[in-house]
Design a protein around this ligand. Structure first.
Ligand SMILES: C[S@@+](CC[C@H](N)C(=O)[O-])C[C@H]1O[C@@H](n2cnc3c(N)ncnc32)[C@H](O)[C@@H]1O
Length: 311
């Protein structure tokens, strides 16, 4: 099942078309409620007919105290669409069609297009689930424009050479919910899939599938980021040392010793527990010889080298 759903997810990821469930958006956004006050939110990969990001922010516009909500939808073969919502006008606390400004864009609505960059400049924060295949470029643009963001990506993006330096420098971190486990996402109605395919279901008439290793990436502080990881283990010489770096291998995050002052190699799932007050990130993946970290000639899956900060 896991293998099949992996294959399935890979096929879908190639399509870059799957839609986030409202419950997943609600869960993550609940960690930043105070942040949104007075902000312009931009969802730049969001066809408003499909996007629960638009639904989430428009229906909670007053509760969050937003200033403006902009969403742009991409049409590769045509003209994209922009929707602007500036809150409830008639006081009935409902998001109504006449309160939403809808316009066709000049171009496709590509997040890199000049007109979308103008919306980006106006925005305080970008929140969306962008196409995974353009993730590197997508993040770079957000960084170049100095924007705050809460976005969905694949956990593997942590390992990209374009992304990891941001994590190391504490310019980007993982969100508070989703821990890289599989999540259900909506598929487009025209998505072709066999009726009994693994990791696939139809719910309320919508096609849905499981995607592996999905996480939130953000540069906005959240409580989880400020929570210290409880450590229970003490260092012993049972922790192996790397062949090509002066550090110990800690194969499970819960086994990080509380009393080891040197460098430790940990799995990337550590980033779900990473508090920069407690640890610093020293290096990623490679030993002194610039080859993958190895213990007795064996290479564990992507390790992050960290050091405890003195408390
Ligand atoms: C993974 S889907 C997520 C959709 C929506 N944000 C959600 O979570 O429900 C990514 C979306 O990005 C759109 N997209 C693909 N390439 C794009 C581009 N270059 N610029 C803007 N949007 C793009 C796709 O059409 C798709 O709707």
């Amino acid at each position: 099942m896991a293998k099949n759903s992996n294959l399935h997810a890979a096929k879908v990821a190639k399509n870059d078309e799957f839609y986030t469930m409202l419950t997943d958006i609600e869960k993550e956004m609940s960690n930043y409620k105070d942040f949104f006050k007075g902000k312009v939110v931009y969802c730049n990969c969001d066809d408003a007919r499909e996007s629960n990001f638009f639904k989430y922010f428009s229906s909670r516009f007053e509760e969050l105290g937003l200033k403006k909500l902009i969403t742009t939808g991409y049409k590769p073969e045509g003209r994209g669409v922009v929707l602007v919502y500036e809150g409830d006008k008639n006081g009935n606390r409902k998001v109504e069609d006449e309160e939403i400004t809808i316009k066709e864009l000049e171009g496709t609505g590509d997040f890199r297009s000049p007109e979308c960059i103008e919306f980006l400049k106006e925005a305080d924060v970008v929140v969306t689930n962008p196409p995974f295949s353009l993730f590197r470029e997508y993040v770079k643009q957000l960084m170049d424009y100095g924007k705050k963001f809460i976005i969905i990506g694949n956990q593997n993006a942590i390992t990209y050479k374009e992304i990891f330096p941001y994590i190391k420098n504490n310019e980007l971190w993982l969100g508070a919910s989703m821990n890289g486990a599989n999540r259900w996402f909506y598929a487009p109605d025209n998505y072709e899939v066999k009726e009994n395919a693994a990791g696939y279901k139809v719910e309320n008439g919508r096609k849905m599938f499981f995607v592996n290793g999905v996480v939130w990436f953000t540069n906005i502080s959240n409580e989880k980021r400020n929570t210290k990881l409880d450590l229970f283990k003490r260092y012993s010489n049972e922790y192996p040392k790397y062949d090509n770096y002066d550090a110990i291998e800690v194969s499970r995050v819960e086994n990080i010793p509380m009393d080891y002052d040197g460098v430790m190699g940990v799995p990337i799932s550590f980033l779900h527990k990473y508090n920069p007050e407690q640890f610093e990130i020293v290096k990623f993946r490679k030993g002194d010889d610039d080859k993958d970290l190895a213990v007795n000639g064996k290479t564990p899956y992507f390790r992050i080298l960290i050091r405890r900060k003195s408390s």
